[in-house]
Write a protein that binds this ligand. Structure first.
Ligand code: GLY
Ligand code: MN
Ligand code: MN
Length: 447
């Protein structure tokens, strides 16, 4: 992050664009200034240790480095953003150093003491009018009225705007894709070499060059039926015998920006599960191809359920028409999560349900309450396309107890339960007239 490459026009143009968004959002919410604390990691109960620090994403959008605990930004229309940089005089931990790019982007005041930092900030905001605080209020006690702390109108405008990435953000997200893909290649090879979930996890960390505490989200490394646990969280140290399948959902991070990538493999190339993986992969690519400006994401979700119905019928898993499987919601028991979500500084990035910048909501349809993204897509948005077909015992039980259970070829399903499920997840960028697949692009660049 301290590389000279960041001290460049692209980053400064990004800061200018984000500052402009804030100024417009402040005007829209009739506020005169915003205080954005980076935050502070809370200690575990009665302990002197804390989980890894995650900066307030509103702060991170200006300041793309994690070493910013207790620093604060002040945004005032017509002024350069001011950074109150917290650099504690500690010999227990290495204090952060101020990156060159921060000096170029902000008016900077450095403090080695948090009380002095707050005193200076309080002095600067005295008499400026209505001040909003956007971030974790407990880390920055300004005694503001309740309606000035994370005011909904202001936050909604900012979250809406975050869907559209600047060139600087797109460059970081391309890097995050490369980081993730390097890990995926190492993980796939370790799976093929006979490794356990734990071995594969460690290979991913080494291959992607990431420490565990800095991953965008905990790696999902699932062999066999674990692939049917959507957010499977363990790393078994023994390889199951026989091994049927491998699902990996793991991402990369670059300057705070995330990638979120899933691949699924059969242990037995050419078997029925392998064919199912290939069939879903083809449908996933069709969904990516259908992305273009103006397409409502809900339409892609509906279309994917219809396509999954076709796959289930084609594989003789369902013995009814695809239309009937879709209409009777049978597909929901095989594909129980949304087709995708916005991606950026957070893996499940904010703003997916806003219809307008004022915060009017585009609620998910009743049938798909878990869909995190309901907006019509627009150039500059980055989001995931991640269909899945799973064999999850609890959902299959619901299906067998329902009317639709009569149309299921149960022996076929039972043969696939030990494989857990398939998910294929890419990250895509909407362009002026179509789509760029960041994930496939990164895989294609690996020798
Ligand atoms: N890795 C979590 C997700 O795909 O949404
Ligand atoms: Mn995802
Ligand atoms: Mn994922």
């Amino acid at each position: 992050m301290n590389s000279p490459a960041f001290y460049d026009r692209q980053y400064l143009a990004h800061v200018a664009a984000v500052t402009d968004q804030w100024e417009r959002a402040l005007v829209g919410d009739q506020a005169d200034a915003a205080v954005i604390p980076a935050g502070v990691a809370a200690m575990y109960f009665q302990d002197d240790q804390a989980p890894p620090f995650h900066p307030n994403p509103h702060f991170a959008r200006f300041y793309p480095d994690d070493n910013c605990e207790q620093s604060v930004l002040l945004i005032r229309p017509g002024h350069q953003p001011k950074l109150y940089f917290h650099q504690p005089a500690s010999y227990w931990y290495l204090p952060p150093t101020l990156p060159d790019w921060a000096d170029a982007a902000f008016e900077v005041e450095t403090h080695d003491d948090d009380e002095k930092l707050m005193k200076s900030l309080v002095g600067d905001i005295a008499g400026v009018g209505r001040v909003a605080l956007v971030g974790p209020a407990e880390s920055c006690d300004l005694n503001l009225p309740l309606d000035a702390v994370n005011p909904k109108g202001l936050v909604n405008r900012l979250q809406f705007a975050r869907a559209t990435k600047t060139d600087f953000e797109l460059a970081r997200m391309r890097e995050a894709s490369q980081v993730g893909v390097h890990g995926h290649v190492a993980a796939r090879d370790t799976f093929r070499g006979g490794g356990s979930e734990f071995d594969i996890h460690m290979a991913y960390l080494a291959g992607s060059g990431q420490e565990e505490s800095r991953l965008p989200y905990p790696n999902i490394i699932a062999l066999n039926e674990h692939a049917g646990v959507l957010h499977y969280q363990h790393y078994d140290r023994t390889r199951p015998h026989p091994t049927h399948s491998f699902l990996i959902d793991a991402g990369g991070r670059s300057s705070g920006y995330h990638s979120d990538i899933t691949r699924t493999y059969s242990a037995n190339p050419g078997d029925a599960f392998d064919e199912l993986v290939a069939a879903l992969d083809a449908k996933q690519l069709e969904a990516v191809d259908a992305v273009k400006p103006g397409v409502p994401f809900v339409d892609l979700q509906v279309r994917m359920h219809q396509q999954i119905a076709e796959v289930l019928v084609e594989f003789d898993i369902l013995r009814c028409s695809p239309e009937s499987a879709y209409d009777r919601s049978i597909t929901d028991q095989f594909f129980p999560h949304g087709l995708g979500h916005l991606l950026g500084l957070q893996t499940h990035d904010v703003g997916g349900h806003f219809a307008t910048e004022n915060g009017d909501l585009a609620e998910p349809p009743e049938r798909f309450p878990k869909l995190r993204f309901t907006r019509a897509v627009a150039p500059g948005y980055v989001f995931t396309i991640e269909p899945g077909i799973y064999f999850i015992p609890s959902l299959l039980k619901e299906l067998s107890d329902s009317d639709g259970g009569r149309d299921v070829n149960w022996p076929k399903v039972e043969a696939l339960v030990p494989c857990g499920g398939v998910r294929i997840e890419d990250n895509v960028l909407v362009t002026a007239d179509g789509v760029e697949n960041l994930t496939r692009g990164a895989f294609a660049a690996v020798p």
